[in-house]
Ligand binder design. Structure first.
Ligand SMILES: Cc1cc2nc3c(=O)[nH]c(=O)nc-3n(C[C@H](O)[C@H](O)[C@H](O)COP(=O)(O)O)c2cc1C
Length: 396
């Protein structure tokens, strides 16, 4: 386990952690092995709750036999419970295990309930404003961490939650110009707006907190998106961030829960291979230009024209999103089945999968290294030689 002496610890709900957070990554990219391994090092590891059934052969088989919404939903909840318990075993009582729940997902309240019942230490919620998260978790001893993009969003959540008598246990501020996956900005042209700059937000938050009668130290601020070196970690922590969150660099670690092909696609992507587009959630997203995505983007305009206000049946019967561009025929949104595409990427199907990725180069370049090595590099700047032959995998 690494120690925190080089930087002050990130303290969440009284627990002292390394100031590096592993962000939640669906579908199945951050499951028990990654989150548990990060927690074992004394940091916050996050399981992405969405569609975890893909990691469990018995549940996949059950859903193949009865492909209806109730069976699919129950399989995902069973998988979440298993993943939290397995992560706990790996963590050996160290660090913290969080569960990431996307606000845009239909079964968000069930995911939150099962996460609490299965012993998650924290719920992290993004992809929409998590204004009702305190109501969903009333009476539970669990840390609540919203994900936002600018100081206005943080201010809004603070005000709403204070009326409910609750403060976030930390907030994640994610930069839409750098992060992987869905991006917290309405319009792609807006993503370089200065209101998303970490240093500006850290400064603005001093005023926001003071205006609400709070001390900035009451709520740790964790910044996320494109952080890829010890120098960046040092700069952000020295500027007042209490922690930094990384996604892509953890997805490609040895312990990452995805297929080796998934890691290779992310690790080997050059800046020209990365693209932003509109997802079926209506939010912009960032991913690698793999064959399916390129084909989809080439035909996107035509597909949109055709679907217009046409409604489709949900192709998986899962009805995963409360609002889905494909199922609901929303012209301005994306038109594909996100569950099918993300599950293909998890399995390492390079031709058909959707591979979310952040925009920046990775701390170890194209090399696949362990969670321990990554944390050590970020916290100390030290890199030790890779140990040959350590990269071995099993899916499910
Ligand atoms: C493959 C992938 C999947 C992701 N899925 C989710 C998700 O399900 N929920 C979420 O809140 N954020 C998700 N993210 C965002 C990460 O949690 C993290 O905040 C972000 O990737 C940080 O930027 P970085 O990749 O440049 O480090 C995802 C990111 C990646 C790369």
């Amino acid at each position: 386990m690494l120690n925190t002496q080089s930087f002050p610890p990130l303290v969440i709900r009284g627990r002292s952690l390394l100031p590096i957070v592993q962000g939640g990554m669906g579908v199945g990219i951050s499951a028990h092995r990654l989150a548990g391994s990060v927690a074992r090092e004394g940091a916050l590891g996050t399981i992405a709750s969405i569609d975890l059934r893909h990691h469990h052969r018995d549940l996949v088989e059950l859903c193949r036999q009865s492909p209806d919404t109730t069976t699919l939903e129950q399989a995902n909840l069973t998988a979440l419970e298993r993943e939290i318990r397995a992560a706990r075993v790996i963590s050996d009582g160290r660090g913290m295990i969080a569960v990431n729940v996307m606000k845009a997902v239909s079964a968000q309240a069930d995911y939150v309930r099962v996460a609490c019942e299965s012993g998650a230490d924290a719920i992290v919620m993004g992809a929409g404003l998590p204004l009702d998260l305190p109501d969903m978790t009333e009476g539970r001893d669990v840390a609540l961490i919203p994900i936002l993009s600018d100081s206005r969003g943080v201010s809004l959540v603070l005000k709403k939650w204070m009326k409910k008598g609750r403060l976030p246990d930390a907030v994640v501020v994610e930069h839409p110009a750098h992060a992987g996956g869905h991006l917290g900005v309405g319009n792609l042209a807006d993503m370089h707006d200065r209101r998303f700059d970490f240093l500006r937000i850290l400064e603005e938050l001093e005023t926001v907190f003071a205006s609400l009668g709070l001390n900035r130290r009451d709520v740790p601020v964790i910044v996320a998106g494109g952080i890829n070196s010890h120098e960046a970690v040092r700069e952000l922590l020295n500027a007042g961030a209490n922690g930094v969150q990384l996604g892509t660099p953890f997805a490609v670690t040895e312990e990452g829960d995805a297929h080796p092909n998934f890691k290779r696609v992310l690790a080997e992507a050059t800046p020209d291979d990365i693209v932003e587009f509109i997802s079926v959630t209506g939010l912009p997203a960032r991913a690698v230009k793999t064959p399916w995505l390129m084909r989809y983007l080439r035909h996107e305009a035509k597909i949109r024209e055709k679907v217009g206000a046409l409604k489709h049946a949900c192709p998986t019967a899962l009805e995963c999103l409360s609002v889905c561009g494909w199922r609901d025929g929303i012209e301005k949104f994306g038109h594909f089945c996100i569950d099918t595409r993300l599950a293909a990427a998890l399995r390492g199907d390079v031709a058909n999968g959707l591979f979310f990725r952040g925009r920046e180069a990775l701390p170890f370049g194209t090399a696949i290294r362990s969670v321990h090595d990554l944390l050590e590099l970020l916290l100390t700047g030290a890199t030790r030689p890779a140990v040959a032959g350590r990269w071995s995998f099993s899916l499910g």
